[in-house]
Design a protein around this ligand. Sequence first.
Ligand SMILES: [Zn+2]
Length: 388
Amino acid sequence: MLCNVCQAPLGAPLYESRGKLSLTSLCELRPGRTRVWCCDRCGHLQGEPLPDTAQYYASDYRILLDHDDEDQIYDTERTADGGERIVYRTQHQLRLLLERLPLPEGARLLDYGCAKAAMPRLLAAERPDLQLHLFDVSEMYRSHWDRLLPRERQAVNEAPAGWHGSFDAVISFFALEHIPAPIASVAHVAALLKAGGSFYGVVPCTVGNPADFIVADHVNHFTTASLHRLLADAGFGAICIEPDVHRGALVFRAVKAGVAALGPEPSVVRPQAQALARFWSELSDRIAAAEHAAGDVPVAIYGSGVYGAHIAASLAHPERLRCFLDRNPFQQGKALFERPVLAPEQLPDDVTQLYVGLNPSIARQALSDQPWLARSRARPFFLDGGAP
Ligand SMILES: [Zn+2]
């Protein structure tokens, strides 16, 4: 196996999951273990491409498709009247984008790997002057796209010849991690940009969001070192990668001009990846111990994303699982592993064990001062291994 970023040969995998099944970022189980390799030359982490990558993205990868506005929770913020408001991921992305990417009046902009075009929809409302265009590798988003832009501004798989060298900016949100050959895709982006045009995007940061490390469809786990290398090798200059403005993600921008400065040191990556491998290996033991200690009681899982799905898939006694809890109204009413996803306030009275399936870096804060939890008999189990 060769590195997806620098083409160096990779040795043995750094991580291999224990179970015979792996999870995707959409919480589906797929046959096969998850394995992760580390490239010491460029600091890239990567898994194996799905055996059916093209088919998977053409028809199976149905992300947030139920509704134009369906979204993931990024954070909550206090409102003026002392209440709490959900900040959705695309809203946070839009704030950062508008602060960081100067877009002249009437700029030509392409969203590369746009899925249902949630970002262009928000951008169009904010900046109606922009000439927005859409690109992805699936036809299944067309109904969402058609409600936003005419067909000549849309492309699937291949960009029209007239688009080459034409864009002031290409944006890309959570797409590059899915692409088995990111060198070719970033070269494609560079070809689509005008000289001096900007490439701006967001990819998961596996160190800030450990779930990225184990999901089967994220073939790339970028680090600041490997992302810098990928952009520099494609001819981008003025590369800026911010690891701390979008939790669990790297926000990058680069310009099609000049020569890149020297990138971050890749040698820090292997020990960080080893710590992640240890986290996931030990988590199986901790979940098993918690399950044993709780005994034969009804349990629930807080969070219906990858962390919650991982817990559910790890339970030795899944028959004890009553429900998932999720404060995202778009998740409530759905089912995961044939269990209902409920609002937290609907936690059944008889549940005494609550597994907290959230990013460990925010889990404790997210569950602090929750009246429904204080009222319940449920004892929380946190993935970080600390006391409840
Ligand atoms: Zn490499």
